[in-house]
Design a protein around this ligand. Sequence first.
Ligand code: ATP
Ligand code: MG
Length: 556
Amino acid sequence: MSDEIKEVSGELGSTGNFIHSYIQEDLKGELNKLRTRFPPEPNGYLHIGHAKSICLNFGLANLYGGKCNLRFDDTNPVKEDTEYVESIEEDVKWLGFQWDGDVKFASSYFDIFYDVAVRLIKEGKAFVCDLTADEIRQYRGTLSDPGKNSPYRDRTVEENLDLFEKMKNGRFADGEKTLRAKIDMSSPNINMRDPVIYRIAHASHHATGDKWCVYPMYDFAHPLEDVIEGITHSICTMEFEDHRPLYDWVVNNCGLEAKPRQIEFARLGLTNTVMSKRKLRALVENGLVDGWDDPRMPTICGLRRRGYTPEAIRTFCDKIGVSKANSVVDSALLEYCIRDDLKPKAKVVMAVMDPLKVIIDNYPEGKTEMLEIENNPENEALGKRQVQFSREIYIDREDFMEVPVKKFFRLAPTKEVRLKGAYFVTCVGIDKDGDGNITAVHCTYDPDSRGGESPDGRKVKGTIHWVDAKTAVEAEARLYDYLMIEDAENSGEMVMNPDSLKTVKCLIEPSIVEAKAGDKYQFMRNGYYCVDTKDSKENALVFNRVVSLKSSFKIK
Ligand code: ATP
Ligand code: MG
């Protein structure tokens, strides 16, 4: 058994063992009986934290030959919307997972929930209570003091059945009455002190319309949803740990057969971003970002638009592992994962972000030639392309220094560098405007160094990228930084990073015109970029910087 655990832990993160052990303990030789579920509430778009839960639930089912359900936990009529349902389905599929059978909706079980409530009333395990929300709070007690029984706790079964039916039929106002489980007001676990299981809400539900005037509470509905679907392992985040006795109480008293087991794990937090849907929605509603899919957002649709791949997100979820200790993961790990994924996949092209003109004095005017350059030095299968070279080119301004600092191996007066895939060039002069700004650099080239090969064994230390002045294509590049930063003056509170987006015009070699929405490239020596799926047009390309090439982050 322990060998088996070791074997699978490699695939689901090294700290995922405890969930594997529970499953193996419970299902013994019948691991394919495993049934998990991913139960989002359709009140917002999915984020990378949800991806952790998705990879865990679907990953376990795939690993053991079990099944995983996609279930919308749509028991709260006011905040939910079908727009979110569609986006969530799309995101789960995009991440590479397929749920078992049809998508499930908790709202389709409303009749069963109601029947279970009636059954609990008949067995003397639930009662209709007239206390207000405030009074219920006062009666509940505290961690150190037991609660007090509600004065309505001993209503007869008949009275309870009658009142509950009237609640359902809309005979009472919101908040006037609740249905409560009759458990134990002196339980050390406050969740067990006669929790409310149904509340009155005269609200229209996106799926059931005005049929219901009562809606089940999460702690009552969720275990029932799991039971109804035959879920064997109900994996949720740590904040539900204290609710587990109530989960089990509902499971054991509902009169239905299945006995799912709740297992909690730590939710994902990431540096320099916010994760809760409420905070993400606030950014969207206040117009601080360009919608839920703004490439700075930690949402799945935002990451996708930014240029993240499902593979990179799955790898990230694997690397962070699963444990019970809450922790905040460095965003640099996510960046590492996308860099690592795109490295062999993306074509490498030359793009100049801050153009400086270079005139090659001894290159014949009017002459052009085509040079062959490999598309990805790490992956021969991506082939080669032809790149035009001529007398005037652009290089990045940061690759030139009039007075070079120590260890600057790029272009400087009298210094020789290699132009990627082209020639060795030596700087022989500088043009300046009236204010002393450098407007162009003059070079000579060595015709014997074609393709960037040294003609006589002499070495140059720097290789820089360039674009041909006549044929380069102008495009917009959106340079993203972290969405949030800590406000040092405000006790480290997270605030939006004012520099989270910088837009620049860049010049790219003409092979880029083949780029389609969503295509990813490496801009040589700079970073990975993705054609924006919303704003990019055939003649006005827009690129999102997925991630820069360099990182100080070292993965162990
Ligand atoms: P939020 O606080 O962002 O609104 P939520 O927990 O209310 O999240 P749900 O739609 O209820 O969102 O979540 C669906 C599933 O995703 C739940 O099982 C929940 O535990 C899990 N989940 C949500 N956020 C995270 C996270 N940051 N890390 C891991 N799992 C998460
Ligand atoms: Mg929620």
